[in-house]
Design a protein around this ligand. Structure first.
Ligand code: NAP
Length: 536
């Protein structure tokens, strides 16, 4: 590591911000590619990201573990259930970090307070809560769902008991025998409500919008099956490929043919009818928007929990708190001893965006103020040289494993580093996305998002920002994304050298033209995909 010559601080080739699924994945792939000069800055005391932060009762993943795990670190014979719980997923990530020798690169307790691009030295200056770093390349792996939101509620300060968010569970709060109010009915709530109903004296569920809920086909994986996966890894790979392939097929319905989701809607209605006999409750639990518009929730325990006599579903948001009394938007009054907010995350306005300042002196948040979050291939942003975002804008998924997207972006990261090296010695050159390439990519995204179920399904969701633009989801298959980021297209980037703080002017060929990967994407959208090996 070379010294920055500016007080305490060290220089690295790559600084990764965050040690969750994406940051840890980056560390593994960097290590395996022979990059030794990198650091992972993590504000928490351990790895795991969202799987370390979310410890609410019932916390689990609604994507099968065989698919929700790195293809390069298979764990098939060790998952105890088909859909793993938070502890098992966290333990998996810790085991991967150990097995891959990532420890020496990890710096815990380092919250990144500021990242500023230095155009003269072509590096990022990173100020953490402990020390300063400089890095030729910064990888932002801070997670799209890491900052919990508690909505402003009149009188909340007057509440006479514990109040916390599902992602910051207060394990010191006594829930046994208490009346617990849960605000929200998203993916977190459907998991924690059944667990709470098993211990609390009463649950008051404030539901602003009913979710579509399908049964979750979870099961314990028998020892014989695990042994099979262990002894014959090809069987686990085949099962993973099957899980992947089925989800890829369904993606087309989400992105191009929302009417084709009607079968899922019928299944979800049958699930509701079968589990909830009371017509009044059933009607309150019936969504009035197309299935898939919000995340489809998987739970076989949610409806059975709601029909219990000590669980009350209030079909309105929480409007006001007065002492222990809670008043709903429809005027319903109830009492509670504890309030749990399962109200989601700041997905379209990530706080880290306020801390990253690019080459023109603007923060990411300022850059995105008009028009929302925009990146090139979900990964790089014009005006932010040598910054790669993992799970950046429009890389989220509605129905399959995010790990697939992360792994595709890691290919892009390694190719980016290869290209940088090809262009010059460390510190002598940087790359910045051409604004025209970013515009072109986002125009394509917007056009495709316009016909997805997320935009047309008649719901409001965190997928779309305050202006209604979908800045979070990828409107295609994971295979398509993989192809789009397999290689860095040099034509989409301008080269920077220390002498020239400004990028070279855009040329005719780069401006607003269809790039090679976009052309591939178009070809696939038109029904002519090349066969690509499944990510097993
Ligand atoms: P969420 O999906 O954003 O759900 C938030 C809930 O809070 C919604 O029901 C929302 O109602 C409600 N809400 C928000 N503000 C409110 C207010 N002011 N008053 C009343 N209700 C309010 O959050 P989440 O459940 O934590 O899930 C977030 C994401 O995390 C998921 O979509 C998923 O991507 C991920 N996640 C994944 C898993 C998994 O198993 N893989 C598990 C948990 C979470 P409206 O619907 O009316 O907006």
């Amino acid at each position: 590591m070379r010294s920055t010559g500016r007080g305490p601080g060290r220089h690295v080739r790559v600084a990764v911000v965050g040690a969750g699924f994406s940051g840890l994945g980056a560390a593994v792939r960097l290590g395996r590619a022979g990059v030794r000069d990198f650091v992972v800055l993590e504000r928490a005391p351990g790895v795991g990201g969202t799987w370390r932060d979310n410890t609410y009762p019932g916390c689990a993943c609604d994507v099968p573990s065989l698919l929700y795990s790195y293809s390069f670190a298979p764990h098939a014979g060790r998952w105890p259930r088909t859909f793993s719980g938070q502890r098992d997923i966290r333990a998996y990530l810790e085991a991967v970090a150990d097995a891959e020798g990532i420890g020496p690169h990890l710096r815990f307790g380092r919250e990144v307070l500021e990242m500023r691009w230095d155009s003269a030295r072509l590096h990022w200056e990173i100020t953490t809560s402990r020390e300063r770093w400089t890095a030729d390349v910064a990888v932002c792996a801070a997670g799209p769902l890491s900052e919990p939101v508690i909505p402003p509620i009149a009188g909340l300060d007057s509440f006479l008991g514990p109040v916390f968010h599902s992602a910051r569970w207060d394990h010191t709060a006594e829930l046994r025998g208490k009346r617990v109010a849960v605000i929200g009915t998203g993916a977190s709530a459907v998991q924690l409500v059944p667990a709470l109903a098993a211990t609390a004296a009463g649950v008051r569920l404030f539901q602003r919008t009913p979710p579509w809920v399908l049964p979750r086909p979870d099961r314990r994986v028998p020892a014989a099956e695990r042994l099979l996966y262990e002894r014959l890894p090809a069987t686990a790979a085949a099962r993973r490929a099957l899980l992947w392939g089925v989800r890829e097929l369904v993606t087309r319905a989400f992105t191009r043919l929302p009417n084709a989701l009607a079968g899922y809607e019928a299944l979800a209605r049958a699930h509701l009818r079968w589990a909830v006999r009371d017509p009044g409750l059933r009607s309150r639990l019936t969504p009035d928007y197309r299935i898939g518009c919000k995340r489809i929730l998987l739970s076989s325990a949610y409806y059975p929990a709601l029909v219990q006599p000590h669980v009350e579903t209030i079909a309105a948001s929480l409007a006001e708190v007065r002492g222990r009394r809670l008043i709903a938007g429809d005027g319903t009054r109830t009492e509670a001893d504890v309030i749990v907010f399962a109200t989601g995350f700041r997905a379209t306005e990530p706080p880290i965006a306020h801390r990253v300042t690019g080459s023109d002196g603007l923060t990411l948040a300022e850059t995105w103020r008009d028009g929302g979050m925009r990146a090139l291939r979900g990964t790089s942003v014009a005006g932010f040289p040598n910054l790669l975002m993992l799970l950046g804008p429009n890389t989220g998924l509605g129905n399959t494993s995010l790990v697939l997207m992360i792994e595709s972006q890691l290919d892009y990261l390694l190719d980016y580093l290869r290209l940088l090296e090809e262009y010059g010695a460390a510190g002598s050159v940087a790359l910045t996305p051409r604004p025209a390439a970013v515009r072109s990519w986002n125009a394509r995204l917007d056009a495709r998002l316009g016909r997805t179920v997320w935009n047309t399904g008649g719901c409001a969701s965190w997928y779309r920002d305050a202006e209604g633009r979908n800045t979070t989801l990828w409107p295609g298959s994971t295979r398509e994304f993989r192809r789009a980021v397999r290689r860095v297209d040099p034509g989409e980037y301008a080269r920077l050298t220390p002498a020239e703080a400004e990028p070279e002017p855009e040329t005719e060929t780069e401006a607003e033209t269809e790039t090679e990967a976009e052309a591939e994407t178009e070809a696939e959208a038109d029904g002519g995909p090349e066969p690509v090996a499944p990510p097993v």
